[in-house]
Design a protein around this ligand. Structure first.
Ligand SMILES: [Zn+2]
Length: 326
């Protein structure tokens, strides 16, 4: 039987303090305890709180790296406000190097706000929602494209015409990623949709992924979070960022990507950030003899934002996502 143990409490740490903690989520079969690493830097002066999540998916490595780097480099003496970083938000998925948790098969980015008495992944979502997201003034969730796919290094923002949306958009441009991608609406169940439901401005990132650490993207994440902390007044100094090369707009749900209808070998005919027209062939699925089983075509004019890199596809594999320009 799983049992919930302790809670995270920012106020238990004195201003000016820096502390790496683990919060207990639940006991697992066999007696191990599932714990979340929470890295806290409390500014010497009062101010807003930023929460930064890494490793919501277990096969994405830049977020955890960036959260640890930020924790290591932030100096509470110069801060007006607080940093709460979760370096590994889904430890069981990280341990198995998979997008979803091996404990219950759930995708942590689709089940927020979780359940207090649910499965291990639902309990992680519950703890992160209540203890961390809900008490933040800004939430940034650092993703990458995972083992099989590629996306450009990008910052995703809330394009809703609300106060939180405007703050999200401004912060996205301050972040300094080459691609800025606005989302007029968001599917439920994500960390950032939880933040949005609470009126808390949010951002998330993506980068090429591939199952290893992209050091350049991780460094850009560190600089980007630092820039957002400057816009919030938590850190002093000027924002350091160049303007983006692309400003895109559309659904950010890669689960809504074009999928293959047959198994086979995927040959891509486009690259990420290519401009495509409605009806263009994005890729072909080949049979073992090389004959074309299926052509995947662009459903609309736009820019390729997500692409499966692994040629091995099954019926229903997400393979391409085309989004619009802002
Ligand atoms: Zn992810």
């Amino acid at each position: 039987m799983l049992s919930t143990l302790k809670h995270f409490d920012l106020d238990a740490i004195a201003p000016g303090g820096k502390r790496a903690q683990r919060i207990d989520v639940c006991e697992l079969t066999g007696g191990d305890v599932l714990r979340l690493p929470v890295l806290v830097v409390r500014g010497a002066n009062p101010g807003p709180t930023i929460a930064v999540l890494g490793g919501v998916h277990g096969d994405e490595y830049e977020g955890p790296y960036a959260v640890r780097r930020l924790y290591g480099s932030l100096d509470p003496a110069g801060m007006s406000g607080d940093f709460i970083g979760v370096s590994q938000t889904n430890p069981p998925a990280f341990a198995s190097g998979t997008r979803v948790s091996p404990l219950d098969g759930l995708n942590l980015a689709r089940i927020f706000p979780g359940k207090e008495d649910g499965t291990p992944t639902e309990r992680i979502a519950y703890r992160v929602a209540r203890d961390i997201i809900d008490r933040a003034d800004f939430v940034i969730d650092l993703h990458s494209s995972g083992t099989y796919s590629i996306m450009p290094t990008l910052i995703g923002y809330d394009a809703a015409d609300t106060d939180a949306g405007r703050r999200s958009r401004d912060a996205a441009f301050a972040f300094g990623a080459p691609v800025v991608w606005g989302h007029p609406e968001l599917s439920p169940g994500r960390t950032v949709s939880r933040a949005g439901e609470q009126g808390i401005p949010w951002l998330y990132t993506e980068c090429p992924g591939g199952g290893w650490l992209n050091a350049e993207s991780a460094a850009l994440y560190v600089r980007g979070v630092t820039n957002v902390m400057k816009t919030m007044g938590i850190l002093p100094g000027r924002v350091e960022s160049e303007g983006p090369t692309h400003h895109l707009c559309g659904s950010g749900d890669v689960d809504g990507s074009l999928t293959t209808s047959a198994a086979g070998y995927l040959v891509r005919e486009v690259d990420v950030l290519d401009r495509v027209a409605r009806g263009d062939v994005l890729g072909k699925v080949l049979a073992p003899d090389g004959s074309v089983v299926e052509e995947v075509r662009a459903p609309a004019d736009g820019v390729v934002i997500f692409m499966r890199m692994s040629p091995s596809v099954m019926a229903g594999s997400p393979v391409f996502l085309v989004t619009g320009e802002a």
